[in-house]
Design a protein around this ligand. Structure first.
Ligand code: BYC
Ligand code: FE
Ligand code: FE
Length: 471
């Protein structure tokens, strides 16, 4: 494991200065990245001092430094988790127990390239989706968190681009260029995965996105952190340390909205809108919207890609070593409810082909845990309303349920029934217009917009009233 180099143009712990060709190639990409950041990154605030965390090491405890930074001066670095025991072995699939690969296994080059590019593409996409949110932030605390998430998603792009440059030669350089040329929501050159082309232009969507969509990131990165391709595993392992804050922002952001909405609901006899608040049913529609889009990110329920990625030792399961006994699963089966002749019937499938669903189930359980917390907030407020996650079949655009229509309980319904109810189930145009109409910037330190409760504490031991952004 080489030490952290903070002096070069690109901070890193991959001993970049000993590989001049690679170093030059990455330094060449840096201005292209900056051009993208200036064109497609956060609108406004680029010249402001923001109290940001920067990854400076990979040691647990002391890995981050907090200070005022202007976003374009952020030190986007390349960090891999320490190799610790240098004799790592592949933890699953057909190569179980063999030493991990430090270089690309030639026969899996194509699949690894595809996985890395898909992962990479989500990072700049999310920055693009969130670019207008700074100017309607509900507080300086929240504005700072938004920009923290944005610069770290930028660093996640660097993490993947390093792998592309280091291991994929010309193909990798071409892919890195493409990553800066696709655009979220663009008709001709959209981002790869569907949720990353959906608009995220107010803060209810921002918090829902960081809660539900960044959480897909947590589970995908955790699966890739098991990879037999060690540079990918260690890269993803370190990304997960940053990811925890993104999930915190989403989960507590929604909780703070719920708290405030419940107060306003009580004060106004159920008419939170008349007081400029966010009605509870609108929050439920945002949950339904972003949860269902995020479920799509796990891919099809029955997928030969997933089976291959696992068999080849490229992508494992969530917490593979501790959570499972059989790490090979060659002949296992898993029951998947499928639609046949207009009814849902259980069907047995080869286990490896169902691995996207296995990971999706871990994700759903984690979402259920957060939902219980939100419902405790409602309970404490004395209201009877409770939130629910829609059934996993509801509003799907990928996988075996995408050709059918389901209600939020998961019952098969007709397309007409779905269309007739869609606007009561999912964040709709009026909701979005209303949400945008109530979101005015609040820039006095410690003050919050009327539609959200203050956080229980500040960042890095600072007070909530701290000047997180110097305007
Ligand atoms: N949208 O065999 P199937 C994050 C495509 S988030 C559009 O079912 P597979 C972050 C699929 O590509 C984490 N297309 O799927 C969060 C395939 O296309 P082709 C991102 C989709 O391959 C917030 C076809 O459908 N990381 O980090 O088993 C902020 C059939 O696919 C979608 C990863 O995803 C979709 N939702 O699984 C910032 C990890 N789903 O080949 C960052 C790497 C599927 O027929 N990716 N398709 O043209 C993977 O492991 C897999 O590619 C997937 C898909 C799990 C995404
Ligand atoms: Fe990320
Ligand atoms: Fe994230």
């Amino acid at each position: 494991m080489s030490k952290v180099d903070q002096n070069g143009k690109i901070p890193n712990n991959v001993d970049l200065s000993s590989d001049k060709r690679l170093q030059r190639a990455l330094e060449h990409w840096l201005p292209l990245y900056m051009e993208w950041w200036n064109d497609m990154g956060p609108v406004g605030f680029q010249s402001k001092d923001i109290y940001l965390r920067t990854a400076v090491s990979v040691e647990a405890g002391g890995w981050a430094n907090f200070d005022y930074v202007k976003m374009p001066d952020y030190r986007w670095g390349i960090f891999l988790a320490p190799d610790g025991d240098s004799q790592r072995t592949i933890g699953f699939g057909d190569h179980y127990g063999k030493p991990t690969w430090k270089e690309i296994p030639g026969e899996y080059r194509g699949n690894l390239r595809r996985i890395i590019v898909t992962q990479a593409d989500t990072e700049p996409a999310s920055v693009e989706q969130q670019r207008y949110l700074g100017s309607i932030a509900p507080s300086l605390y929240d504005m700072r968190n938004l920009f923290q998430v944005n610069v770290e998603e930028g660093r996640h792009l660097w993490a993947m681009v390093y792998l592309l440059f280091r291991f994929f030669g010309k193909d990798g350089r071409d892919e890195a260029e493409e990553l800066l040329s696709r655009r979220s929501g663009d008709e001709d050159k959209p981002r790869i995965l569907n949720a990353f082309n959906e608009p995220c232009d107010h803060w209810l969507s921002f918090f829902s996105f960081t809660h539900f969509t960044d959480r897909d990131g947590k589970f995908q990165l955790a699966s890739l952190a098991e990879s037999g391709f060690e540079p990918l595993a260690r890269t993803c392992e370190f990304m997960l340390t940053e990811e925890a804050h993104h999930l915190f922002v989403g989960e507590t952001g929604i909780d703070r909205i719920i708290k405030r909405s419940a107060e306003l609901t009580k004060e106004t006899d159920g008419q939170a809108e008349t007081a400029g608040g966010i009605p509870l049913d609108m929050i439920q529609r945002s949950i339904n919207y972003w949860f269902s889009y995020s479920l799509d990110l796990f891919g099809g329920e029955i997928s030969s890609n997933a089976a291959n990625f696992f068999g080849e030792g490229l992508k494992g399961r969530f917490k593979e070593p501790g959570r499972y006994e059989d790490h090979i699963m060659k002949d296992g089966i898993k029951v998947i409810p499928i639609v046949k002749n207009g009814v849902i019937v259980d069907e047995e499938m080869p286990y490896r082909n169902t691995l996207n669903e296995v990971l999706r189930e871990e994700y759903i359980a984690d979402c259920e845990r957060a939902l219980r917390k939100w419902n405790r907030t409602l309970e404490k407020s004395g209201l009877d309303t409770r939130f629910k996650l829609p059934n996993r079949r509801f509003h799907r655009a990928q996988g075996i349920y995408s050709d059918h229509h389901f209600d939020p309980e998961g019952n098969l319904i007709t397309e007409d029934e779905f269309r007739a109810n869609m606007h009561t189930w999912m964040l709709n145009t009026e909701d979005n217009d209303y949400l945008k109409s109530i979101m005015h910037p609040v820039t006095e330190p410690g003050k919050m917009a009327n539609w959200i409760a203050p956080p229980s504490r500040g960042i890095n031991g600072q007070a909530v009233e701290f000047e997180y952004v110097r305007l």
